[in-house]
Design a protein around this ligand. Structure first.
Ligand SMILES: NC(=O)c1ccc[n+]([C@@H]2O[C@H](COP(=O)([O-])OP(=O)(O)OC[C@H]3O[C@@H](n4cnc5c(N)ncnc54)[C@H](OP(=O)(O)O)[C@@H]3O)[C@@H](O)[C@H]2O)c1
Length: 361
């Protein structure tokens, strides 16, 4: 199952909105016969690739698959039929499919056909692998990544708002890789005004992210803003308050950006839940927020950050007015601070990259 998990990850950025899945055909004593993974959205599923690569060697042998085989006609026929026809002796499944149209029915079909099925092998890793898919399926919103670069004293900009560049070239290359597997990259009006970012992946990745600006009054974009000047490299969506004037909407549309009027909170801020619901409707599975303190803080206050990617550079800026990463209201006591899980740290030259999931509940 570890091998299946490892291969499944090769599909990252290519298979969404489907889940990443890996499969291995092995003998009863664990010798690997073939490996398959879901490579591209719309193409064959992992178990089918592994079965085809094994040929007749599936007979009487075992299948390891990170996710319950599907039992419905989608872009491809049901995988359970192929698994049954392959004549396996045993099937080991990482985790049940959370999609309501599968949810255990694939496993039942295999058992009904007389196969010996074990569910929950490397279950937490298998479940984590499909976390963005599960979020989209069950909550109808994307998995929300938040990235920021900060100094050793926890500042994302100097007191004057200057932030280019806190982290190294090598760290920024990693950010471009991240962008290249996202469905959308989100920023705020403050960052557009301060930094005039491009938010494209350079070099291009597997996906071309929609660039999203959260801007209640819609005033941050102009004809000479880099996001507007680079529309040939990716579309731009501006989320504005639903009460802004028709004139402002027309001005934005004349820049050829898409305008999304959104509900606002009591504070006159864009309702970020509404933005995420819209991105979910568009089948966005992973979105990356590269914004300043206000947007990141609002997302955190709204429990809308699932995973963080924090680049820490060996520098100090100081200044009580220099921004930290998470503005907003914040938590009022330490026991209410959510723990992180799946903590990873990587050295990138002199920078440190800390990545983790935000634990809920
Ligand atoms: N080091 C890094 O990784 C990094 C990354 C990005 C930015 N930065 C730095 O961060 C600074 C900008 O940060 P910022 O906090 O001013 O800007 P921001 O978070 O990018 O944008 C904040 C603005 O978004 C709008 N907004 C609309 N709805 C909102 C909501 N629900 N919650 C929060 N904001 C909402 C508000 O402007 P309206 O009222 O006009 O709508 C608000 O002022 C700059 O100095 C930039 O260089 C650093």
């Amino acid at each position: 199952m570890q091998v299946a998990l490892q291969y499944a990850r090769h599909g990252e950025g290519h298979v969404e909105p489907n889940p990443m899945v890996g499969a291995v055909v092995a003998t009863a004593d664990g010798a690997i016969i073939s490996i398959g993974y879901h490579q591209q959205f719309g193409d064959a599923h992992a178990e089918l690739n592994a079965i085809q690569a094994a040929g007749l060697d599936t007979l009487g042998n075992d299948l390891y698959v990170t996710l319950e085989p599907c039992c419905h006609f989608g872009k491809t026929p049901p995988c359970v039929d192929a698994v049954i026809q392959a004549g396996f002796r045993r099937v080991f499944v990482g985790c049940q499919d959370p999609a309501p149209h599968v949810a255990g029915q694939g496993i039942e079909r295999l058992r009904a056909a007389g196969l010996q099925v074990t569910v929950g092998v490397c279950e937490s890793q298998s479940r984590r692998l499909i976390a963005p898919f599960e979020m989209l399926m069950l909550q109808r919103r994307p998995w929300i990544h938040a990235k920021w670069a900060m100094t050793l004293d926890g500042r994302i900009a100097s007191r004057t708002g200057h932030s280019k560049w806190i982290s190294s070239d090598a760290s920024r290359a990693v950010v471009h890789q991240l962008r290249g597997r996202m469905d959308a990259v989100i920023t705020g009006a403050g960052t557009v005004r301060c930094d005039d970012p491009l938010l494209t992946a350079r070099p291009r990745g597997a996906r071309i992210p929609l660039r999203v600006v959260i801007d209640a009054d819609g005033s941050s974009l102009h004809a000479d803003t880099k996001l507007v000047k680079s529309l040939s490299q990716g579309a731009v969506l501006v989320c504005v308050a639903d009460h802004i004037s028709g004139k402002q909407i027309e001005r934005l549309k004349s820049l050829e950006v898409e305008v999304l009027p959104c509900a606002v909170t009591k504070l006159g801020r864009i309702d970020l839940h509404a933005v995420m619901a819209e991105l979910g409707r568009r089948d966005c599975t992973n979105v990356l927020t590269e914004a300043g303190s206000e947007i990141l803080g609002s997302l955190f206050d709204s429990s809308l950050i699932d995973e963080v990617h924090i680049f820490i550079a060996p520098r100090l800026t100081g200044g009580s007015s220099a921004l930290g990463p998470l503005g907003g209201l914040g938590r009022d006591s330490i026991p209410k601070i959510p723990n992180v899980q799946h903590l990873r740290h990587t050295s990138i030259g002199d920078d440190l990259l800390i990545e983790a999931d935000i634990r809920r509940g």
